[in-house]
Design a protein around this ligand. Structure first.
Ligand SMILES: Nc1nc2c(ncn2[C@@H]2O[C@H](COP(=O)(O)OP(=O)(O)OP(=O)(O)O)[C@@H](O)[C@H]2O)c(=O)[nH]1
Ligand SMILES: [Mg+2]
Length: 203
């Protein structure tokens, strides 16, 4: 039912960000300027990758308050709305922090000389990593929530719905075949798809 964007976990997000940053290039009038520009470009790319990825995650989740009541109740069975909000809030916070850290360090790198350029770049990477690590449990929870929400069937709540329920092998599938275009499998033995009976109690 829900088309949710895939969510990267903490380590995967850092791999993506630093992987992109490693490919950054820079030019400059002299060696120091080039080193500065390269360090600043890497910090910018890494920060932006983390920020935009996390913003995409937050945007991609449905706003539960606006769902039709039917879905709202269904979603409520699968994910705790308060918890979901907390995890999305954490992702949003991490996006803000990453943007601030990247901005801050680019400014500092712009004034740096010699080996402090590389040190500042490393420090920025360290801070970005620590922000992502802090929200890694939230990202894991969002991955779980996404998995649960994707399983929700697509139902138009405005269309009348008939439920055919009954004991195993009583003719439910036969009935549905007779009165609709649905083609469920009819078997002269109880359907194998029932999972609720523990295997142990089978004769
Ligand atoms: N005698 C008789 N047999 C029927 C009738 N309806 C269905 N059957 C037979 O009962 C068996 C089970 O029919 P299904 O439609 O597969 O039953 P079901 O309720 O869907 O079964 P599960 O999906 O396994 O729970 C099949 O062999 C059908 O041919 C009926 O009205 N009379
Ligand atoms: Mg059946």
């Amino acid at each position: 039912m829900f088309e949710l964007p895939s969510v990267l976990d903490g380590p995967a997000l850092l791999d993506k960000a630093f992987g992109r940053a490693a490919k950054a290039t820079a030019t400059g009038p002299d060696r120091v300027a080039r080193a500065r520009n390269l360090a600043a470009a890497r910090v910018k790319v890494a920060g932006l990758a983390i920020e935009s990825t996390l913003r995409g995650v937050v945007k991609g989740f449905p706003s539960l308050g606006r769902l039709p009541p039917f879905y709202r109740e269904l979603v409520d069975l699968l994910v705790d709305e308060g918890q979901l909000k907390k995890h999305l809030g954490a992702a949003d916070w991490a996006a803000d922090r990453s943007a601030t850290i990247a901005r801050d360090y680019r400014r500092r790198i712009g004034r740096a000389e010699g080996k402090s350029i590389g040190e500042l770049r490393q420090e920025a990477y360290g801070r970005l990593s620590s922000v992502v690590k802090q929200v890694a449990p939230d990202l894991d929870a969002l991955i779980q929530a996404r998995r649960a929400l994707r399983k929700i069937p697509q139902i138009d709540p405005d269309v009348p719905t008939i439920v055919v329920a009954g004991y195993p092998n009583v003719g439910k599938s036969s009935f549905v075949r007779a009165v609709s275009t649905g083609r469920p499998k009819i078997a002269d033995y109880p359907s194998e798809r029932r999972r609720w009976r523990p295997a142990r109690s089978r004769p």
